[in-house]
Design a protein around this ligand. Structure first.
Ligand SMILES: Nc1nc2c(ncn2[C@@H]2O[C@H](COP(=O)(O)OP(=O)(O)OP(=O)(O)O)[C@@H](O)[C@H]2O)c(=O)[nH]1
Ligand SMILES: [Mg+2]
Ligand SMILES: [Zn+2]
Length: 220
C-alpha cells in the first residue's frame, strides 16, 4: 500500500453483520504501518440505531473516526467526501459491504460491478477481483479493492501487540510491571479499566485472541 494517505475500512451495519474481530485485526495492521484509518459502517438504511451507537462508542473510545453511510439514501456521503478530499485513500473491507457501490457513488464513471450478497450465508460473493484506482476529485484518489475474509498478523511478537491498541496506552501507567501485556499480571491498569467499563470488552477480547495466537505461533 505504498503512497496511500489513509484507509477507509468499510463494514456493513448488517447484511453481512460486522465481524469486529476482523475489523480489530485490520486496525492492528494499519497501526503497524502508521496508516490512519477511518471506520465506515455502510448500509445505515438497514441499521438499528442502538446497535450503530454501540459500534460508534467502541471505536470512538479507541480513538478512531467513525462514519455511518448509506449508498442507498446518501446518508453520510457528504462527510465522507470531505474525508477523501485531497488524499489517496484505499477502501478496504469484507466482501459484500458496498465498497464498489460507494466507489460508484463518488465517481460514477468508475462503473464498478457490484454484486448481491448470498442471503443464506449472508456473505458477499467476491465480485471485485482486482484493485482499481480512481480519480475522485482534485488531487483525490480512491482505490476500490477486493473484499478480504481473513487477516493474518505476521512478524509481530505477542508482547508488542498491545502497542497497536491505542486506547490501552492511557491506562498503562497504572500497570505495576514494566512491559505488562495486560493478560495475567496482577495490578494491571488496562484490566482495571476494563472492569470499570472504561475499555470495550470486545476490543479487549479480540486483543486476547490475537495475543494467544501470536504467542502460540512462536512455538513452531
Ligand atoms: N441496503 C443497502 N445495501 C447496499 C448499500 N450499499 C451497497 N449495498 C448492496 O450491497 C451489495 C454488495 O455491494 P458491493 O458494492 O458489490 O460490495 P463490495 O464491498 O464491493 O463487495 P466485493 O466486491 O465482493 O468485495 C449489493 O447488493 C449492493 O446493492 C446500502 O447503503 N444499503
Ligand atoms: Mg466490490
Ligand atoms: Zn497491564
Amino acid at each position: 500500500m505504498a503512497n496511500v494517505d489513509q484507509a477507509v475500512v468499510i463494514f456493513a451495519v448488517t447484511h453481512p453483520a460486522p465481524n469486529l474481530n476482523l475489523l480489530d485485526r485490520f486496525l492492528v495492521m494499519m497501526e503497524r504501518q502508521d496508516i490512519p484509518v477511518i471506520i465506515c459502517f455502510n448500509k445505515a438504511d438497514l441499521g438499528d440505531d442502538e446497535l450503530m451507537e454501540s459500534y460508534r462508542r467502541v471505536y470512538e473510545a479507541a480513538g478512531y473516526r467513525v462514519q455511518f453511510i448509506s449508498t442507498y439514501n446518501d446518508r453520510g456521503l457528504g462527510e465522507l467526501k470531505e474525508i477523501l478530499a485531497g488524499k489517496t485513500t484505499v477502501l478496504a473491507g469484507p466482501s459484500g459491504v458496498g465498497k464498489s457501490s460507494l466507489t460508484n457513488c463518488i465517481q460514477p464513471r468508475a462503473a464498478m460491478e457490484t454484486g448481491d450478497i448470498s442471503r443464506k450465508i449472508e456473505r458477499g460473493k467476491h465480485t471485485t477481483r482486482h484493485s482499481e484506482l480512481f480519480l475522485a476529485g482534485d488531487e483525490t484518489y480512491m482505490m476500490d479493492t477486493p473484499g478480504f475474509s481473513s487477516m493474518y498478523i505476521e512478524d509481530l511478537e505477542a508482547q508488542e501487540l498491545k502497542d497497536y491498541f491505542p486506547e490501552f496506552q492511557q491506562f498503562e501507567e497504572n500497570c505495576k510491571f514494566l512491559g505488562c501485556v495486560h493478560v495475567g499480571e496482577r495490578v494491571c491498569g488496562v484490566k482495571k479499566a476494563l472492569e470499570e467499563g472504561k475499555l470495550s470488552r470486545s476490543r479487549y477480547d479480540n486483543y486476547l485472541l490475537m495475543y494467544e495466537e501470536l504467542k502460540n505461533k512462536r512455538r513452531y
